[in-house]
Design a binder for this molecule. Structure first.
Ligand code: C2E
Ligand code: MG
Ligand code: MG
Ligand code: MG
Length: 279
C-alpha cells in the first residue's frame, strides 16, 4: 500500500531520475568527442606563497562546454568521465596543457593537475605521464599530481608502487581535499606525499573559535607527519592572516585569484616579476 502523496513523490522521483540519466547519456556522448571537438578547456588558479606574496604554483582545472556553449560543472562531468572511461583521454589532455604552460613559463615553479583514482590504477599511467613530461622537456619536479584521498588510494599496493615510480622520476604527488573523506588519515600514514592540501571546508569554518582550533589541529597533524601544507578556499584576508599564524605559507582561494585563463595567469606572473625587479 502506497499513499497517494507517496505515489506522486515516487513518480516525480522517477521522472527526475530519468531526466538525470538522459542528461548523463548526452554528456557521456559529449565526453567521448570533447577533446576532438575542442569542448574542453583549462583554467589555472594561483597558489600563493604569502612570504613573498608571489605565485608559487597554479592548479590546472578542467572546463567543459556542451555544443550550445553551456558550461557543465566538473562535479558532474568528472565522475561521469570516470565511469565511462573518458577520464583517460581527458586526463592526458590536461597533463599536456599543464606541461605546455610550464615549458612556456620558466618563471612559474610548479603546476598541479588533478588525477582521479581511475587514472592512477591504470597500468600505463606512469609511462604516459613520463612521456608527456619528456616531450615537453620540463623538469619533472615542476609537475605535481593531486590525488584525492579515498578508499581506492589507501591500502592499495598498486598505488604505493605507482607513487614510488612517480617520485623516482621526480614528479610531485600531493594529497588533495584532506580532511573531507574517511580515508585521509590512513592515506597520510601509509603514503608519502610531497604536499597536503587541506580542504576548503576547514578554512571556511574558521571564523568561530571551535573552527579555528580544528583547523590549527589539522595543520599541526599534517606538520607532525613532516608534510607541507596548502590551505585551499581562502576567500578573505582575515582567514589568511589567522592561518599564517598557524605556520602555513601556501594558500589558494578566490581571495588570491579565481581560476583564470592562461593569458591572465601569464600577465600576473609578468606583473609580479616586474614589481620584483623594480623593488
Ligand atoms: P579540487 O581539485 O579540490 O579543486 C578546487 C575547487 O575549488 C575548484 O572547483 C575551484 O574552482 C574551487 N575553489 C577554489 N578556490 C575557491 C574558494 O575560495 N571558494 C570556493 N567556494 N571554491 C574555490 P572546480 O574547478 O569546480 O573543480 C571541482 C573539482 O573537480 C576539483 O576539486 C577536482 O576534484 C575536479 N576536477 C577539476 N578538474 C579536474 C581534472 O582535470 N581532472 C580530475 N580528475 N578532476 C578535476
Ligand atoms: Mg585539486
Ligand atoms: Mg581540493
Ligand atoms: Mg577534489
Amino acid at each position: 500500500y502506497v499513499a497517494k502523496e507517496e505515489r506522486n513523490r515516487i513518480h516525480l522521483y522517477d521522472q527526475r531520475m530519468h531526466a538525470a540519466d538522459a542528461n548523463d547519456d548526452v554528456t557521456a556522448e559529449l565526453l567521448r568527442s570533447a577533446v576532438k571537438e575542442g569542448l574542453v578547456s583549462v583554467v589555472f588558479q594561483p597558489i600563493v606563497d604569502v612570504r613573498s606574496g608571489r605565485i608559487w604554483a597554479a592548479e590546472a582545472l578542467m572546463r567543459l562546454k556542451d555544443r550550445h556553449g553551456r558550461a557543465i560543472s566538473p562535479d558532474r562531468f568528472i565522475p561521469l568521465a570516470e565511469r565511462t572511461g573518458a577520464i583517460h583521454e581527458l586526463g592526458e589532455w590536461i597533463l599536456r596543457e599543464a606541461c605546455d604552460l610550464l615549458a612556456n613559463e620558466p618563471s612559474l615553479p610548479v603546476v598541479s593537475v588533478n588525477v582521479s583514482a581511475k587514472q592512477i590504477c591504470d597500468a600505463g599511467f606512469a609511462d604516459a605521464v613520463e612521456a608527456i613530461v619528456r616531450a615537453a622537456k620540463i623538469e619533472p619536479a615542476r609537475l605535481a599530481l593531486e590525488i584525492t584521498e579515498g578508499g581506492q588510494i589507501s591500502g592499495n599496493p598498486e598505488v604505493s608502487r605507482l607513487m614510488g615510480r612517480l617520485s623516482a622520476i621526480g614528479i610531485r604527488v600531493w594529497l588533495d581535499d584532506f580532511g573531507t573523506g574517511f580515508a585521509g588519515l590512513t592515506c597520510l600514514s601509509e603514503l608519502r606525499f610531497d604536499m597536503v592540501k587541506i580542504d576548503r571546508f576547514f578554512v571556511q569554518n574558521c571564523n568561530t573559535l571551535r573552527g579555528a582550533k580544528l583547523l590549527k589541529n589539522i595543520v599541526d597533524l599534517v606538520g607532525s607527519c613532516a608534510q607541507s601544507t596548502i590551505v585551499e578556499g581562502v576567500e578573505e584576508a582575515e582567514q589568511i592572516e589567522l592561518v599564517t599564524s598557524f605556520g602555513v605559507e601556501l594558500f589558494q582561494g578566490y581571495h588570491l585569484g579565481r581560476p583564470m585563463l592562461k593569458q591572465e595567469l601569464v600577465s600576473r606572473l609578468q606583473g609580479e616579476a616586474e614589481a620584483a625587479s623594480a623593488a
